[in-house]
Design a protein around this ligand. Structure first.
Ligand code: UT7
Length: 349
């Protein structure tokens, strides 16, 4: 039986550290509020012009590729998860292919926000097990700092997010007891607008209910991105934090137990749970709900904030680098976020 194994893992975080106190220069917030509600002490922000979501992804990918003992020319498929791409289109996958001088391989971008990395490795897992590809590069990377509302208006969102990237190389492994055991993907679009960035977008804005003939040329020219949208802050992420929190604390344990049950395990069998770093309070709630010890859950949100698609591979990479995950360990990855979408992956390291 072929299973997908993580042959190499890498990460990259920008050098620029932004503390909670640094944020008080722009908005009405405090270190106390941010730490109490989220656990975050500081986050990293990319260089505004020198670094992009792709360049950070490339840094993490180079590390993962080297650790896998292969070269960029050996990679036969790229999957890139992000909500903050360099361009509206094309996606970051092709930019990685170009930057790393890879062959003319396929490149797929995944738009599943916080659960994007787990969705991406689930897709990669199917390609590996079907025998279609042998070295798949999966990247999660975000440059949130380019597009956050740093005024008091956007403080409930802006204090949470940070920049960074993580990557893995997945390869087929012959040992049926090692690698990805199962992945579990879910969505509920009923709440799509509760955590979203509305514009620029092609959704029906209020004036679209009328005929195009009713509009002047200037108004039509502004439909994609207008001053009104900017005035309403619709070019920044919107989040109904308490609603997201309430749903997250239900769906996280549910999808983790789904993965464990599918494979005949209990929470106590886990060496490490690596949850999406949304909010330390959510991770602590999940830990308590599943009866896990502190050393069975890995958190680094305190240092990096919420890095969305990068958060799971960043945390997994650090946990492994710190020797907290070793060969043979049972590891669960889980995420919940915008969509809503949520997912888990159970693997034997
Ligand atoms: O990764 C994607 C998934 N995202 C999540 O899982 C996030 C889930 N939600 C959360 O983590 C929390 O809802 C937040 C951390 C975003 C907010 O915490 P909260 O305890 O739910 O606060 P709240 O939004 O209910 O706001 C409470 C108060 C409000 O003031 P009033 O109306 O009580 O006077 C806010 O205006 O806190 C205020 N507030 C702030 N105060 C200082 C909101 N943001 C800030 C801030 N600094 N940054």
């Amino acid at each position: 039986m072929v299973r997908s194994v993580i042959a190499g893992i890498g990460m990259y975080v920008p050098k620029n550290v932004f503390t909670n106190n640094d944020l008080t220069r722009f908005m009405d917030t405090s270190d106390e509020w941010i730490q109490e509600r989220t656990g975050i002490k500081e986050r990293r922000y990319a260089d505004r012009t020198g670094e992009t979501t792709t360049t950070m992804g490339v840094e993490a990918a180079a590390m993962a590729i080297e650790r896998a003992g292969v070269t960029p020319q050996d990679i036969d498929f790229i999957i890139f998860a992000t909500l903050s791409p360099d361009y509206y289109f094309p996606g970051c996958g092709v930019l990685v292919q170009r930057a790393m001088k890879m062959k003319e391989i396929g490149a797929l971008d995944v738009r599943n926000q916080c659960s994007g990395f787990i969705y991406a490795i689930s897709v990669a897992d199917q390609f590996i097990r079907s025998g279609m590809y042998k070295n798949i590069l999966v990247i999660g990377s975000e440059k949130h700092s380019f597009g956050l509302d740093f005024s008091t208006r956007g403080r409930n969102v802006s204090v949470i997010f940070g920049d960074g990237a993580g990557a893995v190389v997945l390869q087929p492994g012959a040992d049926a007891n090692r690698g990805i055991l199962s992945t579990h993907l879910h969505s509920d679009g009923e709440s799509a607008e509760l955590l979203a960035m509305y514009n620029p977008g092609t959704h029906a804005n209020h004036w679209m209910e009328q005929s195009l003939a009713d509009f002047s040329e200037a108004e039509i020219g502004e439909m994609f991105m207008s001053h009104a949208m900017v005035d309403k802050a619709q070019n920044f992420p919107f989040m109904d934090g308490p609603s997201v929190f309430k749903k997250a604390v239900v769906k996280f344990p549910e999808v983790i137990l789904e993965a464990l049950n599918k494979n005949g395990y209990q929470p106590s069998d886990l060496r490490m749970l690596v949850p999406h770093q949304a909010n330390l309070r959510i991770a602590q709630f999940v830990q308590q709900k599943l009866g896990l010890r502190e050393d069975q859950v890995y958190n680094n949100i305190q240092r990096y904030g919420n890095t969305t698609a990068a958060s799971v591979p960043l945390a997994l990479c650090e946990a492994w680098q710190e020797g907290k995950i070793k060969e043979g360990d049972l590891v669960c990855l889980a995420a919940f976020g915008s969509g809503f979408t949520w997912a888990s992956a159970l693997l034997r390291w």
